[in-house]
Design a protein around this ligand. Sequence first.
Ligand code: C5P
Length: 480
Amino acid sequence: MASITIRQLDESLKKQLRLRAASHGRSMEDEVRTILRAAAGPTEVTRPAARRNLPAPATFVTPTGAIATRQILLIIGGGIAAYKSLDLIRRLRERRMTVRCILTAAAQEFITALSASALSGERVFTDLFDTGSEFDVGHIRLARDADAIVVAPATADLMAKMAGGHADDLASAVLLATNRPILLAPAMNPAMWARGATQRNLARLIEDGVVTVGPNAGEMAEQGEAGVGRMAEPLDIAAAVEALLDKTLMGQALMDQAGERPLLGKRMIVTSGPTHEPIDPVRYIANRSSGRQGHAIAAAAAAAGAEVTLVSGPVNVPDPQGVRIVKVETAREMFEAVEAALPADCAVFAAAVADWRVATPGREKIKKQKGKTPPLTLIENPDILATIAHRKAQRPTLVIGFAAETENVIPNAKAKLVRKGCDWIVANDVSPQTGIMGGETNSVHLITAGGVESWPPQSKTDVAQALLLRIASALAGDKV
Ligand code: C5P
């Protein structure tokens, strides 16, 4: 049987493998095994029990090899919303996360440690001075073992303690001792939420890097009370936890791979999403672009330390954290926003810009007339990529275009590289059977002056990470 070692792989494959492995927290060898296992079909695997007498949580390898179990430390504060945190435990476990809980003294007035333990399948921690748990686990280990810490409900008091750096109970001591990302789901009476002290504490916590989800507006559990202060719904908190972990992984992978924040001090422009070209005030021409790939690139660039301007057409995906977003509708607005964002070291044009617009959109809604169709004259939109790539002044060092093709993907993309005057083209096959347009995964070819590289099918986040590493190397002057 033929055998091959990682050392024999070419440098670019090794780089991609190192990145994937880092982002999944696996060794390179394990990553290869996972990819091979996934290629042979979806497989269920189990991980060795992390602690004595506890069942090991199941992890599943998807066809892209992308899922691993994550440890969440859930701190439940003392509020009526604590009952929703029991549902949150289930939601997190459904997402294959293991959940350890800390209940504050006040939380135990609302729910019991027994119910949290039954739902999480883990021991629940309540006391800083419980010698049993201090010897066994200890608050420092609780603070550091987790991949992320979630505080739900985050009461006004817990937030004040965190902002002030208090450590007089287990929850606050863990929050002070941790170096892990923290997500808060605040919940309190609307008057308490609106109070200057709470808002000052919130501002300080956000400055410290804490992320929040909610609170929402609506009826409060207390009779007759309504306003902003309801804890976010468990499903929304679970989604925020996933987003936080993705972002952390991405930043970590980039740092592991290329050293501290490889794009620090670099300016990047990314376009994303479709454009909408008006026919009249209510109708428009559009396309199926979701913005997922462009947004993932902007997020990866920000995680790598770049100062990012994301110029986005209308999309339904969440705004990435840490980037300046300019939201536009039409191709001409996108063009203006890109020009205004110059100078930049690198520009990535991932938007699916409409090639044409209606020459004279109706000022009023065009009325339907029996037997008549309105004459729509189309005129060409500015080609943002080609114009920026051909600029004499303020041309970004690296200009990258995307090519969505439905046939002859590589020859068409190579021709596009020349025609548009850009440095690289990321080409993908978007024929309907691929499911790429609007989907979660992407299978791309990187076309540079040096040749064509075909990357394995992977999530749009993984494509973004791999592309960012290449961008970082190119801007650092490496041969790419
Ligand atoms: O010509 P085509 O639309 O296939 O080219 C795709 C690439 O050009 C993408 O990078 C897209 O963002 C960019 N583009 C642009 N302005 C246009 C049309 C396309 O920036 N008007």
